[in-house]
Design a binder for this molecule. Structure first.
Ligand code: FRU
Length: 498
């Protein structure tokens, strides 16, 4: 049985205590979770416990590179102001010596229950490399967690015939009428992704129920980080496939995160998929996970970085951040996303322009900065291209371009100061909405937080998230068009006190 706090975890906690204070708050995003120290990837264990929001994450505190995975931990009362807590899990048992990989959390019987993937990675005496991924459980009080004596609680021997014994990870748990269910990522006999459903009456004895859905080679290889939840009339299966092929402007090459929406029959456990779309159309987004808040909101958070573009300034001692938590709703045949409403409490210094005409590069008084929210409504379209340049000065700019003829929104970080050979531009289809007056309107809600931009387009029909590490002194915002654009603009600074 594991000790309450192993030597390995104690070492991390001591190191964190010292290093977290070495990193100045000014260097961090103001209202996005960033790594306490070292490397961060996927959000994990996003859950409500004792009325607070807990977020854990894949964490390698010893360097800015991915390494043996720990679980870092933070907590918030409103999704916006986050406080670091000591790391929660370290790879310190035989069944997770290769890492405590992604997983989820719930409150059950007054305890905070975490379920995660343990990686067994060892060479046997005869030189044979033994590698397995297994599901494990830990219980805690919101700060300290003890791994179950019954670990591992699910092994890949319980998967359907022909499934991968090695790729079996990222359990997402929820409570249901007669116990608990979880989904976990796997690879089927054809080597491509599948999602397995398990059920348990108590938290330690799990039975395989069914294969909920499969890639069949169409949507990438391994399906990582599944989540499965009802949203309005629909059921959403959310997965992060590896090795996808680009398709139109919907998916890009490599790791994507996708919503598979459809109908679910609780009795037969049949999921009938109807639609597959991207969760986010930006440059940096992966491995999202949701929680169900007490007021019924389904809230999503994602890792705002990408495996193939791990950019972070050399001087920083941290790498990796999360998106703003987003409320999900299902309407007009899609999953819509909006920043959690709590963000609005942090709006300050409003600046407003109505029916502003943009005919050339224009600076609007009072609109500049790197920690803010910009609400732009384009109502007049006598142009082909319209641009917003932000994080801008003589040397740098981040670019948003709307092409009205082709109905395409582009985010471009080519001139953000990046010195790496990574993807810098992505486009998405964006059809104008019909406004109350029956005329075309394009709405962009833009969140800037020092090193990131999230664009919620047309009331959250589509989102684009990207990071850029442009020096903070580049804080200009320019509006421009090649004809005449008419728009309403509102800016709020976002002020989060530390
Ligand atoms: C997704 C992922 C997960 C895994 C974790 C390891 O980004 O590859 O499948 O559990 O990261 O850090």
């Amino acid at each position: 049985m594991g000790e309450l706090i192993s030597k390995q975890l104690l070492k991390v906690r001591m190191m964190e205590r010292k290093q977290i204070h070495d990193i100045p708050w000014e260097e961090r995003p103001a209202f996005h979770v960033s790594s306490p120290t070292g490397w961060m990837n996927d959000p994990n264990g996003f859950s409500v416990f004792h009325d607070r929001y807990h977020l854990f994450f894949q964490y390698h505190p010893f360097s800015k590179k991915w390494g043996p995975m720990h679980w870092g931990h933070c907590v918030s009362d409103d999704f916006i102001r986050w406080e670091f807590l000591p790391a929660a899990l370290a790879p310190d048992e035989a069944y997770d010596e290769g890492g405590c990989y992604s997983g989820s959390g719930i409150e059950a019987d007054g305890e905070h229950v975490l379920i995660y993937t343990g990686v067994i990675d060892r060479y046997l005496e005869d030189g044979f490399h033994y590698y397995r991924q297994v599901q494990c459980l830990a219980r805690g009080n919101g700060t300290d967690y003890q791994k179950s004596e019954k670990n591992p609680i699910i092994t890949s021997e319980s998967t359907p015939d022909g499934s991968s014994l090695e790729d079996f990870r990222d359990p997402k748990i929820w409570k249901d009428e007669d116990g608990f269910s979880l989904v976990v990522g796997s690879r089927g006999p054809d080597g491509t992704g599948q999602i397995l459903l398990y059920h348990a009456e108590n938290l330690e004895q799990w039975k395989f129920v069914t294969v909920l859905d499969q890639s069949r080679g169409e949507y990438g290889k391994m399906w990582e980080c599944p989540d499965f939840f009802p949203l309005g009339e629909m059921q959403v299966l959310m997965v992060s496939p590896q090795d996808m092929r680009a398709r139109g402007l919907e998916f890009h090459n490599g790791n994507n995160s996708i919503f598979l929406t459809g109908k679910y029959d609780q009795k037969t456990h049949r999921f009938e998929r109807e639609q597959v779309v991207s969760v986010d159309y930006g440059l940096d987004f992966y491995a999202p996970q949701t929680l169900l808040a007490k007021d019924g909101r389904r809230v999503l958070i994602g890792w705002m970085q990408s495996w193939d573009a791990k950019i972070s300034p050399a001087a920083f001692q941290w790498s990796g951040m999360m998106t703003i938590p987003r409320e999900l709703t299902f309407k007009k045949g899609r999953v819509y996303q909006a920043p959690v409403r709590e963000l609005e409490q942090y709006r300050r210094n409003p600046v407003c322009y109505e029916n502003q005409l943009i005919q050339e590069s224009t600076v609007l008084e009072g609109i500049r900065g790197r920690v803010l929210e910009l609400l732009v409504e384009i109502t007049g379209f006598s142009f082909e291209h319209f641009w917003i340049r932000f994080a801008q000065n003589d040397d740098y700019e981040m670019l948003l371009q709307y092409n009205h003829r082709r109905k395409i929104l582009t985010v471009d970080r080519t001139h953000s100061g990046i010195d790496r050979d990574v993807i810098c531009r992505r486009k998405m289809d964006l059809i104008p909405m019909t406004g109350e007056d029956g005329k075309e309107i394009v709405k962009l809600r833009i969140l800037l937080d020092k090193y990131s931009v999230e664009v919620f387009a047309n009331d959250g029909e589509k989102v684009m998230s990207s990071v850029f590490y442009t020096p903070l002194e580049a804080d200009g915002i320019l509006f421009d068009s090649d004809g005449t654009a008419c728009m309403n603009i509102k800016k709020y600074d976002i002020c989060v006190q530390r």
